[in-house]
Design a protein around this ligand. Structure first.
Ligand code: PZK
Length: 300
């Protein structure tokens, strides 16, 4: 089971109603019934939220999400209304707060995969397909797919992992028209992002989108987009199929956690220890690096 070492108490802000504590983000509604998403510096690995936070992580991921939303705006509208910190909220919400249009969310995790990794590899090894999409023989962890595929998942109960489902399941559950629109949207946005990332030396192996419906029925890109928390980025110059690729952001955290040095027993389901300063520092540097590589801007 997953969890927090210590569950954070949400900041109380007059005029906002706290509605959800995610692993790394807090969700509120405001007086206009808009959503207020606040990205924290929390980081998760192996289903645990670790201590301490990674400095700047919430602001880096929020900046990246905004950067991508802008680049994608000609393909799909997005839910962002403003980056203003609501009156009465702490000053340190600046840069990590998004005020968003409240949408009718489509309860499908819309995953695009251009490469085989993680649960995709597990499913491929067992069945030769991923989410009902048949794949050629001979692929391995990290392989590029013949073409990107739509591999939807359904949000699991709290503490459980999302469950991969077939396109047919999405069509049955939500209608063929919406299922088709989700697939088109997911693959078109992924294709654009993959090409941009590749020009900047990063492989965008896969990513997860969430869509809402505007009142007229059109798809709106919601949640966060194309951050390292919702996507697998690999350094292109180190990409080599046949083994797990180093993740851009969390590699130091995972390597340390699973090394004898951390003293953590992953199988025993005991909370992991605090990260040492060096792991925090190097992980911070990786988030800055992915931001700078993608956007071409200096972080600070
Ligand atoms: C919505 N989540 C996921 C969980 C977070 C976000 N535009 C929207 N309208 C209505 N609902 C949502 C959105 C968006 N995005 C997204 N849950 C509801 C989520 C935890 C923390 F910040």
């Amino acid at each position: 089971m997953s969890g927090f070492v210590t569950k954070p108490e949400p900041v109380e802000v007059p005029g906002l109603t706290h509605i959800h504590t995610g692993k790394v983000r807090e969700l509120y509604t405001d007086a206009d019934d808009n959503l207020v998403m606040v990205a924290s510096d929390r980081i998760s690995a192996y289903d645990w939220v670790l201590e301490p936070g990674i400095p700047d992580k919430g602001r880096i991921l929020t900046s990246l999400s905004l950067w991508w939303f802008d680049l994608l705006a000609d393909l799909y509208p997005n839910h962002v209304l403003s980056t203003d910190v609501p009156a009465g909220a702490p000053a340190d919400w600046a840069g990590r707060t998004l005020v968003c249009r409240r949408l009718d969310m489509v309860p499908v995790e819309c995953v695009a995969r251009g490469y085989l990794a993680g649960s995709g590899t597990v499913e491929y090894r067992a069945s030769g397909s991923v989410c009902g999409v048949a794949l050629p023989e001979g692929l391995t962890e990290g392989s590029e797919l013949p073409e990107p595929i739509f591999t939807p998942a359904t949000k699991a109960e709290v503490g459980e992992h999302d469950e991969n489902v077939s396109f047919a399941y999405v069509a049955e559950r939500h209608g063929a028209e919406l299922a088709d629109a989700l697939r088109r949207a997911t693959l078109s946005v992924y294709g654009r992002a993959r090409d941009i990332a590749r020009e900047r030396g990063l492989v965008l192996a896969d990513t997860k989108f969430e869509f809402g419906l505007d009142p007229a029925g059109g798809l709106v890109l919601a949640d966060e987009v194309l951050t390292p928390d919702s996507s697998r980025y690999w350094p292109a110059d180190r990409w080599a199929p046949g083994h797990a690729q180093p993740s851009f952001d969390k590699q130091y955290v995972r390597d340390w956690l699973t090394s004898p040095e951390s003293g953590w027993d992953r199988v025993a389901d005991t909370p992991p220890p605090d990260m040492p300063e060096e792991v925090v520092t190097r992980t911070h540097e990786k988030y800055v690096e992915v931001y700078e590589r993608l956007t071409g801007n200096r972080w600070a």
